[in-house]
Design a protein around this ligand. Sequence first.
Ligand SMILES: [Zn+2]
Length: 84
Amino acid sequence: MLITCPYCKTRSSHEFSYLGDAALLNRPEHDAPERVWTDYVYLRHNPRGTHEELWYHGAGCGAWLKVARDTASHEILNVELVRP
Ligand SMILES: [Zn+2]
């Protein structure tokens, strides 16, 4: 799989680390039940089709990227920098 980094251009996905779902999670209140915390920490959607993911270009420029990828075909649909 190839990912086009905005700084380094097209590179092998081996240069990147997958960091998970790019969707924002709502952190539970500190006193939420353990089940709610378990879901927050461990449960993620695993869709077939377009999915937005965070990737880190660790063997390149060190940028954090939000990558829209088709999980069935692995086609990269969009890449953008993650800004704080
Ligand atoms: Zn890069």
